[in-house]
Design a protein around this ligand. Structure first.
Ligand code: ATP
Length: 874
């Protein structure tokens, strides 16, 4: 009979733990290693590049095995999580030396992309949010938590709003109800790492209970989250998930902040993408250009300011005035910047305290941060700027804990708490004594030897050590009668006797156990300090936030000084007027030797509401559109702007649409995307909206495109909201709109034609332009001359026969017209060659070259030959 398969006890233990975490990779601590088994091992070996072997598993089938040393955890863990895996860390819960049989083990942390606390997994200038969504009947609740900083946000809204929040805050992981997986994919895309939870977790009563328990309050009213039922359920799901992932210590999550739609200038996901605010190319996005903050918390806040600009004029002006204040008082700005730079990542350090991830060096950094807080506070409070004074007032250097850390922690502590040497001298008498024993053992013995020699008069007295009875005093036979009665004889030799004394034994015990004891006392003292530090988390978080604000404002001041940005004037009228404005990103990437050409731009609701902007390809139409939006956005962040003067109307929405943008990954046709995106503008515009349409309509046939573009422009103009709009297009036919609609004006970007070359002047000027110069651009792009020549030939034929103007009303006739013209096109004059019709043929060159003997050719003759060929080419 076959033997029944019995697994080894270790594998049985592994399997029972693994059963609780089926969708995570289980890192199973065995001695000094973390091991993975079975399918986990296969994945780990692939992702981590570690060897896959087999492990004997009793009588059961052997299991795949892959492991790494425990000290390499940080390196490997982050690779697994970055690759999108959930990782359960299973540790030994008791000392293996003190245990008989199998060691007790359990999962101590479940790491997922959204619940990461290790520095390796975090980017210092980005938040690492976990988001939860709750899809209720008519509304969606959404919550974000960054466990590494303690920031916890909640909001509610429709699909579009919650999608926009997801796009802006870019959570590392999104959780939602189990039955909504398909719905999420269809409505929010596939780019997020997601995890779904049981339905019952998304219940009002449960969410309230878990949140109230966490905050220790009787109601959530204090957080201003009244009425946010769906949002609260999402927030509750987040806390539940943290519990599920073994994160019980969350004292750094001290509040829940509400994100209100009304507070922020609205930009949908297309606008955020089209304006390249935070990507896709990290080096050429607006964030990269603006973010010259000096602290990680400043860098993180700057990203949020960028994606959630303000709408409240008073708050914006408060920021602008403070930036102006810093520009005037450069010394103050520099001093404060210096202090913020030295403060470290106060926010993440504070979060590490309850998470029990803070090391002695970081605790000392906390103190340094508090010292800098004190300096910044003094500077702010002494300033004449109301906002700075208020910010300064809310800074709290937490003197008590600052002093305690500085007194108790060594000046140069080790990075790891278990290495010893982290507590300063003079804090704990026993610790000092133990250290003296451990390090100065020999001196102590020498002193004791001298003391006893003097007391007994035995000048040759010696203290030595052996393994049998440890430290002893050795007395030669000559002096043995001088030995005091209290000494205990342990050994008699031929010429000497050996004794021990109670003092020597006490000392011996001390020295042997000193190291262990030192570690124990140091750990105790360090833990006690961390315990006290816990009470200061809330003020430290406030300090971090205030420093982040000041960091952003000094950064704006520095940008203004360095890049000649000026203070914009925000007003509640409707006129947008920019003088000598520039594109903040393009101007910084412009090739050496070139300058960015500035432009004046004017839009208002009364006379110049909609600009039809034409101009050659590459002339700078998109640049004009984008700089108008970026300057408006920067002003709403409280930043100075790249223009010599900027009158900016309070704006509630910025919409940007680019024609025929690709969304192949999303599986939609480009034109469908274009139309979808534009429809969402048409349905959401307000009188305070700024709309940028870049070649809308180009994703379909010319006459379809013109008709759609025309009717969009017409619709926007006729809308009672009369939103300000810039419409860049290659359809010159749209210039006709100016004649028909009062507030539509034509502008073009100037250029100069010299011979068959075109020079971009890049100046905006009234009036439309007549043609696109697309063929010039094709030439610039390196198309073969014959192809360019042929394109010019076709253009000429199409244009020559073009009688009358094309308007959408004439669309059908015009389509027929162009079809006829295409039919009537003449054939090319000759076979296309790499050399075009007017230039030298390959054969001719071959003939010339055949007469050349390179070995005899002088340099001058070579030049003359070259000239001969050149003349033929021209
Ligand atoms: N005002 C300016 N000063 C200097 N360089 C500029 C300016 N505006 C644009 N450019 C340069 O010209 C390039 C093309 O500009 P842009 O993309 O705005 O042209 P466009 O007219 O929208 O072209 P297309 O019609 O082909 O989309 C930019 O990438 C930038 O390098």
């Amino acid at each position: 009979m076959a033997k029944s398969a019995t697994e080894t006890p270790l594998m049985q233990q592994h399997n029972s733990i693994k059963a609780k975490y089926p969708d995570a990779i289980l890192l199973f601590r065995v001695g000094d290693f973390y091991e993975t088994f079975g399918q986990d091992a296969v994945i780990a070996s692939q992702v981590l590049g570690i060897t896959l072997t087999k492990r004997n598993n009793g009588n059961a089938a052997s299991a795949e095995l892959a492991g790494f040393p425990h000290h390499a955890m940080d390196t490997y863990l982050h690779k697994l999580v970055k690759a999108g895996y959930r990782v359960a860390i299973c540790d030994q819960l008791e000392d293996p030396k003190a245990t008989k049989g199998i060691v007790k083990r359990g999962v101590t942390e479940l790491v997922t992309p959204g619940v990461a606390t290790s520095d390796k997994l975090l980017e210092h200038n980005s938040n690492n949010f976990l988001a939860a969504l709750h899809f209720a009947d008519h509304i969606t609740g959404i919550a974000f938590l960054d466990i590494s900083t303690g920031e916890f946000f909640v909001a509610e809204g429709d699909k579009e709003y919650t999608d926009k929040l997801l796009q802006s805050l870019q959570p590392a992981e999104v959780i939602f109800q189990r039955n909504k997986q398909k719905f999420f994919k269809e409505n929010y895309g596939v780019s997020f790492f997601t995890y779904s939870l049981d339905e019952w977790i998304f219940a009002d009563v449960y969410a309230n209970e878990i949140l109230l328990k966490h905050f220790g309050t009787h109601s959530l009213k204090g957080f201003g989250t009244d009425g946010l039922t769906a949002g609260i359920i999402a927030a509750g799901a987040i806390l539940h998930y943290l519990k599920d992932t073994e994160h019980p210590n969350l004292q750094h999550i001290t509040s829940l902040q509400r994100i209100t739609k009304e507070e922020h200038l609205w930009m949908d996901r297309f606008t955020i993408r089209n304006l390249e605010l935070v990507g896709p190319n990290e080096n050429s996005c607006l964030y990269k250009i603006l973010n010259n903050t000096v602290s990680p918390m400043g860098a993180r806040l700057m990203k949020r300011w960028l994606l959630m600009p303000l709408k409240d004029i008073n708050k914006i002006n408060e920021r602008l005035q403070t930036v102006a204040y810093f520009i005037k008082d450069v010394t103050l700005k520099n001093e404060i910047t210096k202090s913020i730079k030295q403060a470290g990542d106060v926010e993440r350090l504070a979060a590490k305290v309850p998470l029990k991830k803070i090391n002695p060096r970081e605790v000392l950094q906390v103190a340094k941060g508090l010292q800098q807080t004190k300096i910044i506070k003094a500077f702010c409070e002494a300033s004449n700027n109301e906002y700075l004074k208020r910010l300064g007032n809310s800074l709290n250097p937490c003197d008590y804990i600052l002093q305690k850390i500085i007194t108790e922690i060594n000046e140069n502590p080790p990075a790891a708490a278990n290495k010893g040497g982290l507590i300063a001298t003079g804090i704990h008498a026993e610790l000092d004594e133990l250290r003296a024993i451990a390090s100065g053992g020999k001196n102590y013995l020498l002193e004791l030897q001298q003391k006893e020699a003097q007391a007994t008069g035995i000048s040759s007295l010696k203290i030595s050590f052996n393994n049998v009875f440890g430290y002893y005093l050795e007395v030669t036979n000559l002096h043995k009668n001088k030995v005091p009665e209290t000494w205990i004889r342990k050994q008699t030799l031929a010429s000497a006797e050996r004794y021990i004394t109670p003092e020597l034994k006490v000392y011996e015990e001390k020295i042997v156990g000193a190291e262990d004891k030192i570690f124990e006392i140091e750990t105790q003292l360090f833990q006690a300090l961390l315990h006290e530090l816990q009470d200061f988390i809330a003020p430290m978080q406030v300090n971090a936030h205030v420093m982040a604000i000041i960091d952003c404002l000094t950064c704006f001041a520095n940008n203004a000084l360095q890049y000649q940005y000026h203070q914009p004037t925000l007003h509640d009228g409707f006129e947008l007027s920019l003088k000598e404005s520039r594109h903040p990103v393009i101007e910084r990437n412009i090739p050496v030797g070139e300058v960015y050409i500035t432009n004046d731009i004017l839009l208002d609701n009364a006379q110049q509401q909609l600009i039809i902007l034409t101009g050659p390809n590459m002339s700078g139409k998109s640049a004009i559109l984008r700089q108008t939006a970026l300057i408006t956005l920067m002003a709403h962040m409280g930043s100075f702007v790249p223009a010599t003067s900027a009158k900016i109307p309070l704006t509630d929405k910025i919409f940007t649409r680019v024609g025929a943008s690709d969304n192949i990954a999303g599986g939609e046709s480009t034109f469908m995307v274009e139309m979808n995106e534009t429809a969402s503008i048409i349905n959401n515009l307000t009188d305070r909206s700024l709309i940028l349409l870049d070649e809308i309509g180009r994703g379909t046939s010319t006459y379809d495109g013109i008709s759609i573009a025309w009717s969009i422009a017409e619709y926007i103009h006729q809308s009672i909201h009369a939103p300000k709009t810039l419409f860049a297009t290659h359809y010159h036919e749209l210039n006709e709109l100016e004649n028909k609609f009062e507030r539509i004006k034509n502008y073009h970007i100037t250029n100069k034609e010299i011979g068959n070359k075109i020079i971009f002047l890049r100046k905006l000027a009234p009036g439309g332009s007549t043609h696109s110069f697309g063929i010039h651009v094709a030439r610039m792009a390196g198309m073969p001359p014959a192809l360019i020549e042929r394109a010019n030939e076709i253009l000429l034929q199409l244009e020559r026969k073009n009688e009358g103007e094309v308007t959408p009303e004439k669309g059908v006739a015009a389509t027929a017209d162009i079809s006829n013209k295409v039919k009537a096109l003449t054939m090319p004059k000759m076979q296309l060659n790499i050399f075009d019709a007017h230039s030298i043929t390959f054969e001719e060159i071959r003939t010339i070259l055949a007469t050349v003997d390179i070995n005899r050719l002088t340099p001058v003759e070579a030049l003359l030959k070259l000239q001969e060929i050149k003349e033929k080419v021209n």
